[in-house]
Design a protein around this ligand. Sequence first.
Ligand SMILES: Cc1cc2nc3c(=O)[nH]c(=O)nc-3n(C[C@H](O)[C@H](O)[C@H](O)COP(=O)(O)OP(=O)(O)OC[C@H]3O[C@@H](n4cnc5c(N)ncnc54)[C@H](O)[C@@H]3O)c2cc1C
Length: 422
Amino acid sequence: MPASQSYAVTIAGGGLGGLTTALALRRRGLRTTVLEQAPQLGEVGAGIQTAPNASRVLLGLGLRRQLEAIHTEPQDQVRRRWQDGSIIATLPLGDRVKREFNAPYWHYRRADLHKVLLDACLDPQGPGPVVEVHTGAQVVDIDVADPGRPVAITTDGRRFDGDVLVGADGVRSAVRDAMGLPDTLAFSGEMAYRALIPGDKIAADPATRFLMDRFHSTIWYGPDRHLVHYLIRGGEYLNVVAIVPNTLDIERTWSAPATADEMVDAFPGWDDRVAAMLSKAEGDASKWAMFRRHRDPVWVDGHVALLGDACHAMLPYQAQGASQAMEDAAVLAEELGAVTRDGIAGALTRYVARRATHAGMVQDASLENMRFYHLPDGPEQQERDRQLRAFNGESDVSYDWLWRGTPRDDADLESFSYPFVR
Ligand SMILES: Cc1cc2nc3c(=O)[nH]c(=O)nc-3n(C[C@H](O)[C@H](O)[C@H](O)COP(=O)(O)OP(=O)(O)OC[C@H]3O[C@@H](n4cnc5c(N)ncnc54)[C@H](O)[C@@H]3O)c2cc1C
């Protein structure tokens, strides 16, 4: 688009979804402003997985060199039983995924991935206009008196207007509230413990040393709870997510600090190696109530659009929430980047048409996994384990469908199709 026809987009929220969107729009020549409520930009200290559908988006944004510097590549996905750790099934990742999906399955520390995106948004040498980022800017309301110039209003009364306003402000989106959309938030009754365990502590204990043998993405299945772990930063940390029935007072708090002892206590009767692993959590362990949104196709009103958890928050039982936000970002940028100011409303409609059904299916599938993962031992569990061995995904959506992502028509996609497998 010629610079004279470029227009301005305001994004509420500087999380992984908001920053991916800002970078994608910048590369299309759009002027982008990010409003983040936190005094500093960053992500809580935990890990994140990007399956090929999200890795493809990130690589398409020209981030290959930066991602190669921060990623860890799991060679397999391993599924274990709770009582004795016996392996139910193994799915090769690594080169197999790159070969079949032309994009990798990678793990990162969240803060590292967030920084890569932020640096690219702010890089004066990068393509397109440098992204303007305001921290300490909590959006509390919007003004759409002029529907073509939506205004985001912050707590201190500042007004940020633009041609488009994107609410990428997470599961409790203020933009969504200000749009007056129906409340689709639902509590799952579960919570997640999250911890980063130093890899050297894992390696030093004979009971847990096996976790360092090879880079895996591992899921342990047990009645009412499951455990996910993987190494990040080349083994510097073991990232752990442990899902259990909720004990948080969600009326008062959605998250709280956690201790290693309570994590161990949350897995009574499990393989001793689980306790050996969890007992090494230190410092920044935490617990989070697990919320999701019901499927909601209403993501847009005029020139205001929602993105990421703001419109399709899902349970993390397919590790796809941020990945779906990244797909949103790519599709939104394709649509907005292809029109001038007059075409914005149509572009936003097409964005929803291309993304809402897809993201809704992933939401549903993630919810389905809550039951599937947590079956008590018995015939249903045995049938589940049989399915996992004959593996092509865990739920109604196959990995083949999920990892190919929303169809794109982005020429950038070719720019990273190098020989991943040498
Ligand atoms: C335990 C767990 C594990 C997960 N693992 C994975 C995984 O491996 N892979 C994956 O793809 N997904 C994963 N997810 C999901 C993923 O974390 C979320 O889906 C993702 O962070 C959503 O990104 P977002 O940018 O939409 O929202 P958020 O990450 O919530 O970001 C929203 C941003 O907006 C800011 N904000 C909020 N309100 C306002 C406001 N009013 N004004 C201005 N700024 C505001 C916030 O401070 C924040 O920076 C996991 C989730 C959990 C809970």
